[in-house]
Design a protein around this ligand. Structure first.
Ligand code: F0G
Length: 346
């Protein structure tokens, strides 16, 4: 079997990157699209899960980061910078390490999952914890990059969306057709915009006969697009999408309206029940923000028998605190066989 070359080499002819530019790749992309039998039965459709938590740093961000960092390096940049709810910072830190350049990441203090913080630190990024949220961090990043030689690798960098659109290519390549509908969590709104770009491009190239309806899902406490107004104090257990003023707001509206889809909100309770359901029914451990896509599907009537893709954007291991808060942590028992057998319930 041929080695998976990463998304730039696999899809280079669809990407705006000079043929001579060397790809900074960690082997991102090529993630599984797994059929979900029990979820399919529950909603009466053919449901597939795009397991983006299988990427090198455990989230979809790697698709965009390989593009952004490859181009940054080719342009002579030596420092990248981003604001992040966690995954972008982990990915930026890893690709900067691979490229041998510096990464600076601004994160909202106290509101980033432990695994993501650990990743950014261990990969060697300069981590700045701000006493503010993601939206404030992104504003600071824009100002800093105006005044200093820093390359922004948030999704306001168009190379990020270009890389992330390959997720849509993979869905079509794997299924052999474009699905009827796709559900995807929405935070800064980059990924929904990137997928829509990818679906449109394959359609226009004659590689798909249709384009899916795009369903974006926000957390109810951080749902500016659903409300139609900036949320100044976003709050949700799904810290990855704790964003009140998404940078790609208008692109997300375009994806919604051109595709005949919708952007909806789900409560934290709905997110957590989808999170547990995915683990127990489909053996998929994703992070809470990712489960929002399935929570959205569970609330939205779909055409019976139609094909549906849910993008599960990040790995459950990223957020161990939320994980253990949702289960019963077992009490310690002694080492006699009797005690252990009793604890098992034998
Ligand atoms: N799911 C996960 C796991 C994420 O980390 C993010 C965004 C999203 C969904 C939403 O994607 O922002 O393109 O709409 N995380 C960013 C970060 C904001 O900094 O890691 P989006």
């Amino acid at each position: 079997k041929e080695r998976w070359p990463g998304i730039i080499e696999r899809y280079r002819s669809f990407l705006p990157i000079d043929p001579s530019t060397r790809a900074v790749s960690l082997g991102e992309g090529g993630t599984p699209l797994r059929f979900a039998p029990r979820l399919s039965e529950r909603v009466g459709a053919e449901v597939y899960l795009k397991l983006e938590g299988m990427n090198p740093t455990g989230s979809f961000k790697d698709r965009g980061m390989t593009m952004a960092v490859s181009k940054a390096v080719s342009e002579g940049s030596t420092t990248i910078i981003c604001a992040s709810t966690g995954n972008t910072s982990a990915s930026a830190a890893a690709y900067a390490a691979a490229a041998g350049i510096d990464a600076v990441v601004l994160i909202p203090s106290g509101h980033i999952a432990l695994g993501k913080l650990a990743q950014a630190l261990v990969y060697g990024a300069k981590v700045i914890q701000i006493d503010g949220n993601f939206d404030e961090g992104l504003r600071l990043v824009r100002d800093l990059a105006d005044a200093h030689p820093l390359t922004i690798v948030n999704s306001i960098n168009p190379d990020r969306l270009q890389g992330q659109k390959t997720g849509a290519f993979e869905v079509i390549d794997e299924l052999g057709f474009a699905p009827d509908a796709q559900f995807i969590p929405v935070g800064n709104a980059g990924n929904i915009s990137a997928y829509w770009l990818g679906y449109r491009e394959y359609y226009e190239a004659g590689l798909a006969e249709r384009r899916p309806r795009m369903f974006g899902v926000q957390a109810a406490g951080a749902a500016p697009i659903v409300r139609g107004a900036v949320v100044s104090d976003p709050e949700t257990i799904a810290t990855a999408i704790r964003i009140g003023n998404p940078a790609s707001w208008s692109l997300a509206l375009e994806a919604r309206d051109e595709s005949g889809g919708a952007i909806t909100a789900v409560t934290d309770e709905e997110i957590l029940s989808a999170y547990i359901l995915l683990a127990r029914d489909e053996a998929v451990f994703c992070e809470p923000a990712s489960a929002a896509s399935v929570a959205g599907l569970l609330k939205t009537p779909v055409v019976p028998g139609s094909s549906v893709v849910c993008v599960l954007t990040g790995n459950g291991l990223k957020d161990p605190d939320t994980a253990v808060s949702q289960v019963q942590v077992p009490k310690v028992v002694g080492t006699s066989m009797k005690e252990v057998a009793e604890a098992i319930g034998l």
